[in-house]
Design a protein around this ligand. Structure first.
Ligand code: GTP
Length: 277
């Protein structure tokens, strides 16, 4: 069996996952790289690119909610449990595949999937063991969170939770950078790209409730002890930004080691700029 490459696109609802998938697929196609788009969101409707594999062909959220009298979150979990019971459907849809292609998995945004329900680890293990997938996860949070530090740190904790749960190479992304880049200096932004825990303490100290301070201090300790979260910046409408993120994904997947050199000189330039922030 050939070694295959897959990217899981994860993150809370509305953070820009589907838009990022479309931008990535558009860039891959323009670069003449083979790719497949897999929609794993049973509630997703509008796509710029028609999915090659769509969970809705197996089960739809509306049907589950109606038949099992569940709300949207319970319905989504039931859909994923059904998918795990019917992985032979996914196997058939994914087919044998070819070594060159990058399979992009667009995942739903319900936070339960990244915190306490083991459906994604089960799915990743299946893809690794039955399809020899090399996998990488990308976890998006909205860059607009940086104007509300508590939200930004809550997003950082959810990214950490996904990293710990999935145990696969992982990149974190601040999406929709075009919405904040005029409001925040590059210097200030650096404190969010590599989370500076003092950002949270500065805010918490303005609060008079001592218990609230202590809670924030513990959150800071947790992030500092883990010390593995940093972010790449994404502006989905900017091809250079998408190219820079793709080069990190390729590194995580060790894609280039299996292929002819692909990176152009100007991609290197973009990536250096990205590193400098
Ligand atoms: N300005 C700006 N808007 C964006 C960007 N990326 C996504 N959006 C917008 O954000 C909204 C949500 O984007 P989606 O791609 O649907 O987000 P999602 O994470 O797939 O959403 P769910 O499937 O509901 O979890 C849409 O209105 C997008 O047009 C970006 O880079 N810049």
């Amino acid at each position: 069996m050939t070694n295959r490459f897959g990217l899981l696109v994860l993150g809370p609802a509305g953070c820009g996952k589907t838009t990022f998938c479309s931008a990535l697929i558009s860039y891959l196609r323009d670069s003449k790289r083979a790719c497949k788009y897999v929609n794993l969101d049973p509630a997703a409707e509008d796509f710029e690119y028609e999915p090659d594999v769509d969970i809705k062909d197996l089960i739809s959220l509306d049907d589950v909610m109606e038949e099992m009298s569940l709300g949207p979150n319970g319905g989504l979990i039931a859909c994923f449990e059904f998918l795990l019971d019917n992985l032979d459907w996914l196997d058939e849809e994914l087919g044998e595949g070819d070594e060159e292609s990058l399979v992009v998995f667009d995942c739903p945004g319900q936070i339960e999937l990244y915190s306490h329900i083991p459906v994604l680890p089960t799915l990743t293990k299946h893809l690794q063991q039955h399809h020899s997938f090399s996998l990488c996860a990308s976890y998006l949070i909205e860059s607009t969170f940086v104007v509300d530090r508590a939200k930004y740190f809550a997003g950082t904790l959810s990214a950490m939770s996904a990293m710990i749960m999935l145990e696969i190479p992982h990149i974190n992304i601040l999406s929709k950078m075009d919405l904040v880049k005029k409001q925040i200096t590059k210097r200030e932004m650096k404190r969010f790209v590599d989370p500076d825990p003092n950002l949270l303490l500065e805010d918490a100290r303005k609060d008079t409730n001592e218990k609230f301070w202590k809670l924030n201090e513990k959150v800071v300790d947790l992030i500092e002890d883990f010390s593995m979260v940093s972010y790449l910046k994404l502006e989905a409408g900017d091809e250079d930004s998408v190219a820079a993120i793709l080069s990190y994904i390729d590194d995580c997947l060790q894609w280039s080691e299996h292929q002819e050199p692909r990176m152009r000189d100007d991609d290197e330039g973009v990536r250096d700029e990205e590193l400098e922030g």
